[in-house]
Ligand binder design. Structure first.
Ligand code: GLU
Length: 407
């Protein structure tokens, strides 16, 4: 049975690169009816934070990635120590000043990586390495090997920034008498302008994208397309569809670049496709983050407003500004509205306001009829008054259909 794992260190928020590695690892297990392990590599007691751990779990759930087993390395120190002792007893490791050192018995190491293909390592930078520190905590390569072996991980899928660790780990597997798993090193994601996805690039964590109003389906779809293709020119793909098609063989060997054009296009697509009801809480959250409380409004009303904007939204965080007039009388006029709202239209708008105020039915059909009648009486074409009316009402030159918006 295929068994894969994702092994984040809770020393930061879930990065988009980490999320994509997790996605590939999860998909491989799920596509083979295998099992998926989440292993929290919290051996660094100082840098590991509960806040990061909670955020990682929350982000994974938000993306729709579930796990069958979860382990915390901080609870397994005894186990690592026992295996270190076995190596000491076999003369393959020794203890000095409270730390345990592993002696590499170096031999040429060949890796048949499932993505990168054959790689040969002829030397290592060091001939020994600390595996248990003097505070009793294990170092990454050692705890990783012990856990991957004891958890019976069949495929170690991780970022290719770990390639240089793999020959060291293989020598540890051999020293401990464990069977080797398959390795698959996933290429990095690069920024559009080249270089790594660093803080300078902008948002790098899943949480930030959630807060900006990206939907999880769009994030998953985009991460999938970064480095993997479902075949043909299919671009819209869901997690469950990907499960039927995914194979490690189809992952690109070269790094992929993160481009906002495609990502935004996908997000707009999923917003358009969403049921209004499903957008409610994400929308409430983005408004709250911009200091606006939507909960105090009637939910039906909120959903109706969302309905007006669903087809014209790229990220949900645009909505508080775009829809401000629906929730607050105190809004500012966009800088491009001066030309539309000239002095001469004030009289006409006043006339329109008076007529509309007297309507008994304020539905879009009745509004439109009245609007056209007012235009006729003023000797205007409807479009001469549509633009000034929109600006007067919303402070924006663009927006949804005027009569629906008025309703
Ligand atoms: N904790 C390591 C990391 O976050 C895990 C690497 C691995 O998957 O082996 O990079």
């Amino acid at each position: 049975m295929v068994k894969t794992r994702f092994a984040p260190s809770p020393t930061g928020f879930l990065h988009i690169g980490g999320a994509r590695t997790c996605l590939f690892s999860w998909l491989y297990a799920r596509s083979r009816k295998g099992s998926f392990v989440l292993r929290i590599e919290d051996t660094d007691r100082v840098r590991s934070k509960k806040e990061y751990l909670e955020e990682i779990l929350e982000s994974l759930k938000w993306l729709g990635l579930d796990w069958d087993e979860i382990y915390y390395q901080s609870r397994r120190f005894k186990l690592y120590r026992e295996h270190a002792q076995k190596l000491i007893d076999a003369g393959k490791a020794y203890e000095k000043e409270g730390a345990v050192f592993f002696k590499y018995e170096f031999d040429e190491v060949e890796i048949d990586d499932l993505i990168k293909r054959k790689m040969v390592f002829r030397e290592l930078p060091k001939d020994e390495e600390v595996i248990i520190k003097s505070d009793g905590s294990p170092t990454y390569n050692f705890s990783c090997v012990i856990d991957d072996a004891l958890m019976q991980i069949t495929h170690v899928i991780r970022g290719d920034d770990h390639i240089s660790n793999t020959p060291k780990q293989i020598l540890m597997y051999k020293a401990l008498g464990f069977d080797l798993p398959f390795f698959a090193h996933v290429p990095l994601i690069l920024a559009e302008q080249g270089g790594r996805l660093s803080k300078r690039f902008g948002a790098t964590s899943i949480r930030q994208y959630k807060e900006l109003g990206y939907l999880p389906q769009a994030v998953v779809n985009y991460l999938l397309l970064l480095g993997w293709s479902p075949g043909g020119d299919q671009e819209i793909i869901s997690l469950s569809q990907a499960k039927d098609k995914f194979d490690l063989r189809d992952i690109n060997k070269a790094a992929a670049s993160f481009t906002f054009d495609k990502f935004n296009w996908l997000n707009a697509h999923y917003i358009k496709e969403s049921a209004l009801e499903d957008l409610y809480w994400p929308v409430v959250d983005v408004f709250a983050r911009q200091g606006l409380d939507l909960i105090s409004f009637d939910k039906e009303y909120v959903l109706k407003v969302m309905g007006l904007f669903r087809e014209r939204t790229t990220v949900l965080s645009e909505l508080p500004e775009k829809t401000r007039c629906f929730f607050n009388d105190d809004f500012t006029y966009a800088s491009d509205t001066d030309k539309v709202l000239e002095k001469k239209s004030m009289q006409e708008l006043k006339k329109l306001t008076d007529s509309l105020t007297n309507l008994n039915n304020f539905d879009k059909e009745t509004i439109e009829k009245e609007f056209r009648a007012v235009c006729d009486s003023l000797g205007l074409k409807a479009r001469d008054l549509v633009h000034p009316a929109r600006v007067a009402l919303s402070g924006q030159t663009k927006g949804p259909g005027l009569f629906e918006a008025m309703e």
